[in-house]
Every structure is written in structure tokens, then in C-alpha cells.
Design a binder for this molecule. Structure first.
Ligand code: ADP
Ligand code: MG
Length: 729
């Protein structure tokens, strides 16, 4: 075996499964050991501090400096017992992933000695020199400072030798520079509005919590093979590569037995996750070869988002230990399924009721229908915005492809719930509020006990599906910070519920009885929100046409999708709910456009380099060997025999020439298009130019490269092929 590629394949096969972590304990014995959770707090904080902190966590009460000092002292004691030497504020800037800057606990203690210190002010607030985080122009240099501030609702945790403190990240002038700040505001807005709605039905409700259960899809690829793919290394996806003869057509991977080396990775990942207090529950093979999924039990949304960000980081690290590279890109390979991150979402009350679960009595069922229908309204009104909240340069490859939700947001309800809504819509108010002797509604609503909801009534092609006791937002990308989608969804529902509450109040003030008012409004909403309901095949072309007719947003260009954030009614919604200001919305869109441009720019450069440095030299070398062969044949054979013998080879030489020529020409044109786009100052226009005039070259250039891959001698092809990337594990 000659080439580097063969050597790497050999090396990849030598990577054997070894589980590093072999805890011979029960999960519950070490679950959460690295988290400063309530259990630790009760041990390391005084009774009084513990009470104040838990009250702050449960009810969002602010914490004073004095309390921060007490908490910091307790945290330090615990952390040092755990062998920790450093601490960091852990935050989520507007980039992919998280940010941290580690400081050690040490301070001068005189006489050339040091002591470990950690005061409340260091816990509560820091000023990271963070001028290079994206801010969309909010922090020009004279106010370049940004602050991180402690989020007590997400517990501190230990990674390696460092105590990590979840924080928000804001500018000197108070604008959010991160994902967490608006999320917390959205969660507070939905709590407020939903609690008020609940109290129409049940005055005992004092709090409504938003819940999120994410399902994280990912690919693993052997690190040796990965190292020879500059495109994977620099962009997270393959920019070229002919499809493997076998890929996912036999559907033999999904739920198949987990390959041993992958199983070892998963075990170690879960071990690390459990220590960090993540309730990881499900692991399985996904549809595509070398694609897998991880899902925890759902948690409060802010915590679930933090856990997802943390697990993505842990996954990368654990994968390395197993000589894998983790791919979170939404579409690492053309022609096979990409990766998403379904966001299972619901609201629940402090009285223990899931507001999206059909209830056990008439009141709970009316509450259920109220929340369901208001959610449909929120999704209907904000379908363009919800799409924009998950739109990225990487997710663009997945949405609209034949595997993922289309680039249209619609809601699937299933036949049972649809029937309930249809009946409600057709009923008159008076019959709708009739109760039988047991207090159960006589209309459909009251008659669906929880167990009757058919969980198998599913639709994989819907972007926003009701799945029995929750909605599942499926358009979220695998690499995304869920906070973006969760901020929009919770804000939209909060504002919709507030509108509903006001309408009920208005009608009641006019003398209408409460139930009648609720039914009348719900019936109106059912009619209005109809265009968002779609139970058919979301992948079909007919749906695209129909959705357009229904007035749903069908925009496919990501930079243009971002415009949804700046529509007057959307700005109004964010401002009214206190989630984001107009300045923040404009700044964030700048960041989105800039990020889009940069990602396409990087891909374009990598593609150009690989085409010119990897592919063309090898194709030309193979072409020369064919030419050499033809010349030798010519010297040996009579013209007639030569013609016969050489015809096919000459055909190949010509074919290589035409592909090489096409690649060279188009790379040249792409570079020219880049030069034109780079001169544009306006971030939106630049991103649109990158979308419209540069990215179309990607598939065209790739087409010819993939053809060359099939012609050129396998021995000299420099890049690991799809069959190797996808089937070696
Ligand atoms: P699927 O059948 O879609 O693969 P699972 O049953 O594995 O889904 O659950 C997916 C996620 O949904 C899990 O994280 C689960 O905890 C979460 N989930 C279940 N019920 C709710 C709920 N009421 N609210 C939010 N998430 C939920
Ligand atoms: Mg699911």
C-alpha cells in the first residue's frame, strides 16, 4: 500500500474500543458529583444563605453582595475539596459554543506565599477583556467593556481543575451580547403571561416553567481519516466526495446494534455527563451510517440549554479519547441524512400540571386546549421568525432537503387533536360549555383522557409537531445553541398569551361569563390559525405550493430569512415583552449576516484550495500516465489496432481534461465573485451576495471533482473517500 490515504485507513482500523471509564458503581452514586447542586449547597452554605439562594433560583429574586460572599465561600470550600485550582465565568457569546477564561484562586499572602481566595464579587461579576466577541457594533471601542454576571439559576460545575460559573454576558450599556440574557427574559415573560392564563382556570397556580428536552444528533468519524480532510477540519463538512455505493439505502443503521468502539465512546460520555448532573437517557444509531443520537430527560429550559452546550463540549473531548472526531455540522456529507436537534418543548405549572398534556378533568382540559390553541396562534403569526431563529449557513443544507423539516414552518397535530379543534370550531358556545354529571365536557375536549392520545400518530416531515404531551420543534440545527429557538418560541407564546388574557378580561368586563369568553376567543383563534396546521407530507412539492398560497413564509435564502427579526410587529413583540430592545435586534442581525458571510467565505476558500492543490494535480498526474500509455501503444501497434486499443483511453484523457478545465474555470469565477462581494460594506447585502453569487459554485465545482474521483486511480486519490469516512468505526 502506497499512499498516505491507505496508511490512514490502516491506522483507523487499528483504533480499537476501550472504555476508559469503567465505574463499578450505580449511576445514582456518582450522579452530579461535579455540580454545586442543592445537595451541596445545603452542606456548604448556612441555613439562611441556602434559603435565600434557593428562593432566588425558584422565584427569580435578586441576590445581594453579602449573599454572594457567603455563596462564594461555600463554593470555594467545596471546589477545593474536589481538587479544583481555577475558576471561570462560563458564558455563551454570539458565536458557536461557549467561552471561558480561567483564573486561579491564588492571591499574594505576603512573605512570598500565596493563599486561595474567591470572593463574592468574583462570583457575581467579571469584566472579561472580550472586545473580540461579536457584538454587531454595540461595543465600539470607547465602551468596549463587557460584563459577565452570575446566573444562580444554573448551578456551577467542575470541569477538570476548574470551577465553571454560568453567567450572562452584557455590554457596558446593558445590551445583551450573548444567548442566555434574552432567553432568561423570555422565560420570565412566558412565566408571567402563562401564570395569568392558568389562574383563569386554577388560582392555585403561581408559576409556569418552560421545559426543554433536546435530541442531539451527531456523526463520528475516525480521527486519522478526518485529519486528511481539510474540508472537515476547517468547515465541519465535506465539500467534495462521491457518494459511496452503499450508504443508507438499506436503512440498516437506524436503531441497529451500536458498534463497539462507538458504544465505548457513549459509555464514557454518559459517565462524564452523569457526573455533571445531566440526565442522559437515550442513545441510539441514527439513519445515516456513523450517525448517532443522544437525548436526556427534559429539564427546565435554561438548564437544558446549558446542559446541551456543555454536552457538546464534553462530546468533543470524549470523542478524542476514542480517536474519533465529533461532527456536529448539520450536513457533513452530501446525499445522506444530516443532523438536527429536535427541541421538545412544553410548559408546566408549580401545581404539577403539564399544560400540553390533556388533563384529568374538565378544567385541565380547557386549560390544555387554551394553551394548545394559543401556541398555534403564536407559531402561525411568527412562522417566519421561528424559521429565522434556526437559520444558519450550516443548517441551510438541511432544511428543505429531503430528510429534514422543509424550509417552511407548519404544525402537525395528529387526527385526534385536529378532530377536537374541528368540533370546537363548529360548536356553538352554549353546547361547548355543557358539562355532564361528572363535570366532564360533552364536547370532544373533555372526553380525551391522557392515555387516549395516540403517541404513534406521528409525522416525521413536520417542523413543529404535537407529540402527545409537548411540541417538538424539529428544525433546530445540530450545532445550534437551542437558546435562539427557545427565546423566540417562549417570547411568541408569552406575547400571544398576554393578548389572550387581555381579551378575556375585556369580555368579562363587558359582562360575559368567563367560560363563554374563553370558548369564544379559542374558537376565533382556531379559525385564524388554520393556515399553520398541516398534517400531510411536508417534503412534497404540493405542500410548498400550498404553503405559499396559505401565506406562510417560504423564503429559502438564509440571509433574507433574517429580515424576519426586523419586521415592525416582531420588534414590537420583543420590546413589549422586555426580551430584546430594538438596538439589540439590529445588532444581532448584523452578527448573523456577518457570521453567514464568514462561513461561506471560508468554505469557498477551502474548496478553491482543495480543488487546485489536491484534486487537479492528482487528476493531471493520472491523465499523464494515460497519455504515456497511449504513446507507448502507438509505438507498438499498427494504426488500425492502435485506434481500437486507445479509443477508450483517449476518451478518458478527454474527460479528465474537460472536468479539470471546468473546475479551474469555475474556481476562477468564484474567486472573482468573492472579490466583488468583499467590496460590499452593508453586512446584509454582503451576506446576500455570498448566498446568491458564491455558494452556487459549490455544487457545480463539486460535481466535476466527484466525477474525477470515479475516474482517477484509487491508489493516488488523496482524500479519504465517503465509504471510508462513513463505514470505518
Ligand atoms: P422521540 O420518540 O421523539 O425520539 P423521546 O420519547 O425519546 O422522543 O423524547 C424526546 C425528548 O422529549 C426527551 O428529552 C424527553 O424527555 C422529552 N420530553 C418528554 N416529555 C416532555 C415534555 N412534556 N416536555 C418537554 N420535553 C419532553
Ligand atoms: Mg423526537
Amino acid at each position: 500500500m502506497s499512499s498516505l490515504r491507505f496508511h490512514l485507513v490502516e491506522e483507523a482500523f487499528s483504533h480499537t474500543p476501550v472504555s476508559v471509564a469503567a465505574p463499578d458503581k450505580r449511576t445514582s452514586d456518582y450522579y452530579g458529583v461535579n455540580v454545586f447542586n442543592r445537595d451541596k449547597m445545603s452542606k456548604y452554605l448556612s441555613k439562611e444563605t441556602f434559603k435565600i439562594v434557593t428562593d432566588a433560583i425558584d422565584n427569580g429574586k435578586p441576590l445581594g453582595r453579602e449573599i454572594a460572599n457567603h455563596v462564594a465561600a461555600g463554593m470555594k470550600m467545596w471546589a477545593m475539596e474536589m481538587g479544583v485550582t481555577h475558576y471561570t465565568h462560563w458564558f455563551h457569546p454570539l458565536t458557536d459554543g461557549t467561552a471561558e477564561k480561567h483564573d486561579s484562586f491564588i492571591e499574594h499572602a505576603g512573605s512570598g506565599k500565596v493563599s486561595e481566595e474567591f470572593e463574592g464579587k468574583l462570583l457575581a461579576q467579571q469584566e472579561p477583556d472580550a472586545s473580540s466577541f461579536p457584538s454587531g457594533g454595540i461595543r465600539n471601542t470607547f465602551e468596549a467593556r463587557g460584563y459577565t454576571a452570575w446566573d444562580p439559576s444554573s448551578p456551577a460545575f467542575i470541569v477538570d481543575d476548574t470551577l465553571c460559573i454560568p453567567t450572562i454576558f452584557i455590554s457596558y450599556t446593558g445590551e445583551a451580547l450573548d444567548y442566555k440574557t434574552p432567553l432568561l427574559k423570555a422565560l420570565s415573560a412566558v412565566n408571567q403571561a402563562a401564570t395569568e392564563t392558568c389562574r383563569l382556570f386554577d388560582p392555585r397556580v403561581n408559576k409556569v416553567q418552560s421545559n426543554l428536552g433536546w435530541e442531539q444528533e451527531y456523526f463520528l468519524v475516525d480521527e486519522s481519516l478526518y485529519s486528511a480532510r481539510p474540508d472537515l477540519l476547517l468547515t465541519g463538512r465535506t465539500l467534495m466526495g462521491h457518494e459511496s455505493s452503499k450508504n443508507q439505502q438499506l436503512e440498516d443503521h437506524y436503531f441497529g446494534s451500536i458498534p463497539p468502539r462507538v458504544a465505548a465512546f457513549m459509555k464514557d460520555l454518559e459517565f462524564e455527563g452523569y457526573k455533571l448532573g445531566m440526565p442522559l437517557k437515550t442513545r441510539h444509531n441514527e439513519v445515516a451510517p456513523n450517525q448517532f443520537e443522544l437525548a436526556p430527560i427534559y429539564e427546565e429550559t435554561n438548564l437544558a440549554v446549558d446542559h446541551n452546550l456543555l454536552v457538546m463540549d464534553v462530546m468533543h473531548k470524549v470523542a478524542k479519547r476514542h480517536h474519533f472526531q465529533l461532527l456536529l455540522h448539520e450536513k457533513p456529507y452530501a446525499g445522506i441524512n444530516g443532523s438536527g436537534k429536535h427541541n421538545n418543548w412544553s410548559l408546566s405549572t408549580d401545581t404539577g400540571v403539564n399544560l400540553y398534556g390533556p388533563g384529568k378533568n374538565a378544567t385541565e382540559n380547557l386549560m390544555f386546549v387554551t394553551f394548545l390553541v394559543n401556541t398555534l396562534m403564536a407559531v402561525y403569526k411568527n412562522n417566519a421568525l421561528l424559521k429565522a431563529s434556526v437559520a444558519t449557513a450550516t443548517n441551510e443544507h438541511r432544511l428543505g432537503a429531503n430528510e429534514a423539516p422543509p424550509a417552511i414552518i407548519s404544525a402537525f397535530l395528529g387526527s385526534q387533536i385536529s378532530k377536537v379543534l374541528d368540533e370546537l370550531e363548529a360548536s356553538t358556545t352554549d353546547e361547548a360549555i355543557k358539562f355532564d354529571a361528572k363535570g366532564v365536557f360533552q364536547m370532544g375536549v373533555g372526553q380525551i383522557p391522557e392515555l387516549l392520545i395516540d403517541n404513534t400518530d406521528r409525522n416525521r416531515t413536520s417542523s413543529f409537531a404535537f407529540t402527545g404531551n409537548r411540541f417538538e420543534f424539529r428544525a433546530v440545527g445540530s450545532s445550534a445553541n437551542c437558546a435562539s429557538a427557545m427565546t423566540v418560541l417562549n417570547t411568541a407564546v408569552a406575547v400571544q398569551l398576554a393578548e389572550f388574557n387581555a381579551e378575556v378580561k375585556k369580555r368579562m368586563a363587558a359582562g360575559e361569563n368567563k367560560e363563554k369568553a374563553v370558548f369564544a376567543i379559542i374558537r376565533e383563534y382556531i379559525k385564524m390559525s388554520k393556515p399553520i396546521r398541516f398534517d400531510g407530507n411536508g417534503y412534497s412539492d404540493e405542500w410548498k405550493a400550498e404553503a405559499l398560497e396559505r401565506g406562510l413564509d417560504c423564503e429559502t435564502s438564509v440571509p433574507v430569512q433574517y429580515d424576519a427579526y426586523l419586521k415592525p410587529e416582531v420588534i414590537d413583540m420583543f420590546v413589549k415583552s422586555g426580551v430584546m430592545s430594538e438596538v439589540e435586534l439590529y445588532a444581532r442581525n448584523e452578527v448573523k449576516w456577518e457570521t453567514y458571510t464568514k462561513k461561506i467565505q471560508i468554505e469557498s476558500r477551502v474548496l478553491g484550495d482543495m480543488a487546485m492543490n489536491h484534486i487537479i494535480p492528482v487528476a493531471t498526474r493520472y491523465q499523464s500516465s494515460l497519455l504515456d500509455n497511449v504513446y507507448k501503444l502507438k509505438g507498438l501497434f499498427e494504426p488500425a489496432a492502435f485506434k481500437k486499443l486507445s479509443a477508450e483511453k483517449i476518451g478518458m484523457i478527454e474527460e479528465i481534461e474537460s472536468h479539470v478545465d471546468a473546475v479551474q474555470t469555475m474556481v476562477g469565477l468564484m474567486v472573482e465573485a468573492r472579490k466583488v462581494a468583499n467590496k460590499i460594506d452593508n453586512e446584509r447585502e454582503k451576506a446576500v451576495a455570498y448566498h446568491d453569487t458564491i455558494s452556487p459554485y459549490f455544487s457545480k465545482i463539486r460535481y466535476h471533482i466527484d466525477k474525477l474521483e470515479l475516474i482517477v486511480d484509487n491508489e493516488i486519490w488523496p482524500l479519504p473517500k465517503y465509504r471510508e469516512l462513513l463505514f470505518i468505526r
